[in-house]
Structure formats: C-alpha cells, structure tokens
Design a protein around this ligand. Structure first.
Ligand code: SPV
Ligand code: MN
Length: 629
C-alpha cells in the first residue's frame, strides 16, 4: 500500500477536486482511488460532490463525450448500448470466491485469485484516453439506519448521469462518516469504443465483458460493457454485495417494489413485492391511484419488532416496451414531458423523436436504433426481425418526477410493511391471487418455489421456465438454502410478520389466451389491502386462501364500473391440480439436486401441499373451481 496515497492523488486531479477528496477522512478511499487510477490509466479525472453544478457537469459530459444525444424534447437524451450488449450478462457475471467457499451450483463463481488476475489484466490501461468520474452516493435515504455509502468510479458519463438520476447523492455522508464509512466500491470501464449512430459510441470488446464481484472487499469490477444492469454500480452490482451484507447482519436485501395502497377512510397500507425482471414489478409500483415508494430494490429490517422497508434507489430504470397513455398514464406523462430523462435503445427519427414498440401511432418508416440505420422488416444475422426498439429498451428518470410518488419516499425510517407479494411469469399453474397460511408457508411456497418464464431482461432464450427463489436468483450472493433460511428467520424477528401474497399476471387458458387484463392488478392490490386489515375473508384451497367472488365483484365495479362475471372468476381461480403437482415435483427435484443446505421445513411444506392437493383431487377432480372449497 502506498504510504501517502492522498498526496499521490494530487498529481491526477485539479486543486478543487483534490480538496473534495482530502476533506473525506478515509485512507481506504484514497488507496482505492489511487490503485485504480494507476491500473486503468485514465487521461483525466474528476471528483464530484453533491452540488447542483456537479450534477449538471455530469449531464453535460454525457452529451459532450458522445454517450448521449439530445432529443427533441428539452432534457431528454438517447443512449445506445451495443447490439450485443442489451441486457444483463449472466454468463460473465461471477463471484470471486476464496478457496473453501462454495456458493452452490446455481451461482456463477471463479477462484478469487484467478478472477482478480483476469480482471486486472482486462482493466490494465483500459481507460487510456478516457475521463474518469469519481462519485459518492448513498444506497437508501440519507441519515438512515438502512443506508450504505457507495463509491463509483467510471469512465462513462452515461453511467454517472444514470447514477445521479437513480441514487441519492452521498458526498455529505462520506464527509460525516469519515474513516467509519463501510462503503461499497464500484469500478467500471466501457473499454475501447466503436462508432454507432448519431455520433455515439459503444463498447467494442464484448468478448472481454466481465462483471466480477468481490464479496470480501465489497468491490465490483465491470468492464467492456455499457448496459445499465451490468454497469451502474449501485443497481444490481450493489444488490449482490448488499444481499451478502444483509445475510451477515440479519436483515434482507430484496428485488422488491415498495408501495402504499390506499384503503378506506384514507388508510395507507404498505406492501413490498418481488417479481423477476419484466414481470410487472414497475407497472405495479406505479399503478395509478396508489403511491410509489420504489420499483426495484428494497432493504427490509425489523426495527423494534416491526418490519420496515426503504427504497434503496431514488429513480427508475424502467422498461418502455408497450408503454401507452391509457394503461400507463403516469409513466407516459413523465416520458413525454420536458425533464431529465435518458432513453436507451429506442428508435429515433430524423426530427429527434423517440419511438418504442407499442407506442401509439404509426411505426416510423425509418430512423436509427441499437442496430444502426433501421427500416421496417430489418433482420439480424440469424434472420430474426429487429423491432424498432429493443424489448429491454428503457427510460431513466428521478422518482420524484412521478405524479404519485409517496411522501415517505425519502423517509430515513422507511415504511411499515403489512404485506409481501411474490409474482412470476406463469402461464398455466397458479391462480391470479392468493394469500399464504402463514409466514413460513408464504416464504417457502410462494417465495422459495417461485418459477418464471425467461424474458429479454437477460441475454439468452425467452420463455423458458426457470427457478428463481424470491425473484432474486440472478442476484444471490450466498447459497440458496441459506438465503431461504434467512427469510424464514426474518419473520420470526417480527412481532407481526407481514402477510404473504402470490400474484400471477400471466395466466392463460388452454388456447393460450390471457385470462386477465393488465389493470386487473389494481383489484388484486385493493383486495390485499383489505385482507391485511382483516376486512375480507378468503376461501381455503390446498395452495393458500383465494378471494371470494363477491369481494372481487364489488372491487371490479368500484374501480372500473365493470361487471366481473362468475364465469371469469371460475376460470381464473380454478385450482389446476395436475399443474400444481407437477410444479411441486420440479421443486422437489431442484431442491434435492441443485440447492445445498435446504432447510428441512422446505421439504415438509412441499409434502404437505402435495398431500392437500391429492386429497382435493380425490374429492373434486383435477380442475377444481372455487365453489368446491
Ligand atoms: C432487472 O433486470 O431486474 C432490472 C434492470 O431492474 S437491470 O438494471 O438490468 O437489472
Ligand atoms: Mn430489477
């Protein structure tokens, strides 16, 4: 270690920036920054504090550095990721594990020394000719027992700009905490660049794309990529570090929305909800009429016996596909009015307008997108049609710009959690809505046994049913069995653990027809709100309690003036015994073969659910309508 790292840093930065660094009393920070300046060899370096000027400086840099181009609407910009860099790269995302550590077969890992050598070689001189941005953030609200300080080093002004929209500034937190700060560290480089459209540049050496996570040092390395899920340190990279830290400290880091649902007489009830990517998490969190606290990542703690949650973020990196003013009025408003919004991987026409798949209006005849010059019918090298925008094309904006943001969004104490929701993409098994018998039943049957069909949010084939406990498998940094045990234990430390619900927005009939409309989830949320306040009963089925027809009928009418028919209720809420049994078989096999340290109660709950289903089948057959229970 350099004996005097702060003095050494003087050579690389302006006087002002030097002062910013030196005011933070943290030698570990100086050493980290110096180490990576020496390794990556940037041409210039800037240090940013929380000031408006510095935030504006980053925004300008993204445009001047050809990482974002201005669009017709004031404040809007477009950024492109390379054609093969449009989603999280699971294959090249690895944990660096010391000898003797085994994260289990489902988690991707590499020997720590070997991984460090590989990433150091890739990152050696990687920032030659680039500008390095050094930025300070807080994961979670400032001055909060939940929050974690984080340091981001990146040579991408787009990443830095995204960080500014998505996270709370943390320079003041670093000043305050000084040498006590236990901060996460992120080091990212786009690597060598090549020309794309609109004068923008994209990462060239995709074969050398790596995201390596060092739990021991709480550091994540990301190289030769631009896509936000691979690069924005505080997002999914920090989430993996936080899951590990939470496990050591007995709290939870979850892939969850946080929202307030309005009940009768101005009652506000808070829920968290875990859904895999592209399965309705953001659209649930932003639903009209309710209050959004967060849409992607939550920290949950039991404080004085009460479960509370914060949104780790302060912005939204949301999917744009299909967004329209009728079904998504709140998001539509934000992305069509002037303000600080980054669009990624949409079609841009000559007049500087963006077009995305499913946007109302005519599909433009031409324009540019992530594939270059675009025209209708354009195909990729495998003969697949390239749509105007990528399915995983996104927008980024500050959460405060939403009309329905909760007033608790920055509350340092977080919000009290009354219900936890699990949801996946399931075309044929689970009913649209049910509530667990108790915490352990919910954690195991709805959380740990969650399956979902793959989407464009990760590279690879879509529509394949995969196991994703708590919608969190992509981000787990500890053995799955231990993570499930942590969740089971968490409920024991709450004097009144939240009720656990499962929703399924993707159920289809035998002919493949969707059984629900996108906005039916509004009804499900209202029912959950009543349920946690003991104002509606459920019907006991082998897989949990389901709503009564009368209650849903009333809610559909109150919300939409719609007559919800008994026929619809029956087809949606019929318990599909063969599919449920098949799922339990799959789960048993997965837990036996692919998961280590599975708590015994998991097998017990599976066996009990199986027995309940078999007994019901004896009595009422394979497909059991709710009226039979
Ligand atoms: C997700 O895929 O779950 C996202 C976007 O929220 S990403 O940043 O890619 O993780
Ligand atoms: Mn997510």
């Amino acid at each position: 270690m350099n004996p005097n790292p702060i003095e050494e840093l003087r050579k690389f930065v302006s006087n002002d920036d030097f002062t910013k660094l030196a005011r933070i009393d943290n030698r570990k920070l100086y050493s980290f920054v110096l180490e990576f300046i020496n390794l990556c060899n940037p041409e210039t370096v800037s240090v940013y504090d929380d000031s408006k000027e510095d935030i504006e400086r980053t925004r300008r840099a993204a445009i001047e550095n050809h990482e974002e181009a201005k669009l017709a609407i004031e404040g809007h910009t477009i950024h492109y990721d390379g054609f093969h860099d449009q989603a999280r790269d699971k294959k090249n995302t690895k944990f660096l594990v010391p000898p003797g550590t085994d994260l289990g077969p489902e988690l991707n890992s590499i020997d720590r020394e070997q991984g460090l050598a590989e990433i150091r070689e890739i990152m050696s001189n990687i920032m030659r000719g680039h500008h390095l941005h050094i930025k300070f953030f807080s994961l979670g609200p400032a001055n909060s027992p939940f929050s974690i300080p984080a340091l981001q080093l990146t040579d991408s002004a787009y990443v830095a700009h995204s960080d500014n929209l998505l996270y709370r500034q943390g320079y003041q937190e670093f000043l305050k905490k000084g040498s006590e700060a236990r901060f996460f560290k992120f080091i990212h480089s786009q690597g060598e660049l090549k020309d794309a459209v609109l004068g923008l540049k994209v990462s060239k050496n995709i074969d050398k794309r790596r995201i390596f996570i060092d739990l021991e040092e709480e550091t994540v390395y990301s190289a030769n990529t631009q896509y936000g899920g691979n690069t924005i340190g505080l997002k999914k990279l920090a989430m993996r570090l936080a899951i590990n830290r939470a496990s050591n400290e007995k709290w939870l880091t979850e892939h969850m929305l946080v929202m307030g649902v309005h009940g009768p007489d101005n009652r506000m009830t808070y829920f968290t909800g875990a859904f895999p990517s592209m399965c309705g998490k953001t659209s649930t969190a932003m639903i009209e009429g309710e209050s959004i606290v967060g849409d992607d990542i939550a920290y949950l703690k039991n404080i004085d016996g009460k479960t509370r949650a914060v949104n780790v973020e302060s912005g939204v990196f949301g999917i744009i596909d299909g967004i329209n003013p009728d079904e998504d009025p709140i998001q539509w408003e934000t992305i069509t009015t002037p303000g600080d919004v980054i669009f990624t991987n949409q079609l841009v026409t000559e007049d500087g307008k963006v077009y995305w798949n499913g946007k109302p209006g005519k599909v433009p005849e031409n324009g540019v997108n992530h594939s270059g010059e675009w025209y209708p019918g354009k195909k990729d090298a495998d003969g697949n049609e390239i749509t105007p925008s990528h399915k995983n094309a996104r927008f980024t904006f500050k959460i405060d710009t939403l009309d329905n943001v909760s007033k608790e969004v920055h509350s340092p104490e977080g919000v009290p959690v009354s219900g936890v929701i699990y949801g996946g993409r399931d075309s044929d098994t689970s009913v649209p809505l049910k509530v667990a018998f108790d915490w352990a039943h919910g954690i195991i049957m709805y959380g740990a046994c969650l399956e979902s069909e793959t989407t464009a949010a990760t590279l690879g084939k879509e529509g394949v049913r995969v196991f994703t406990p708590m919608s969190n498998l992509d981000f787990l940094s500890l053995p799955i069995g231990k993570y499930i045990q942590n969740n089971l234990d968490f409920g024991k430390h709450s004097t009144q653990p939240p009720d656990i619900f499962a929703v399924n927005y993707f159920l289809r009939d035998k002919n493949g027809k969707w059984l629900n409309l996108k906005n039916d989830k509004k009804v499900w949320l209202k029912w959950m709100e009543l349920r946690v306040n003991s104002e509606v009963d459920g019907i006991k089925t082998p897989t949990g309690l389901i709503p009564k027809y009368q209650d849903l009928k009333r809610l559909f009418f109150e919300l939409f003036k719609k007559e919800y028919s008994m026929e619809d209720y029956i087809i949606q809420f019929t318990i599909r015994v063969p599919e449920n049994l098949a799922k339990l078989e799959r789960m048993e096999k997965i837990f036996k073969e692919r998961v280590t340290d599975v708590p015994d109660t998991v097998f017990r709950h599976i066996a009990e659910q199986k027995a309940r289903l078999e007994e019901a089948r004896e009595k009422s057959g394979d497909y059991i309508p709710p009226v039979k229970f």
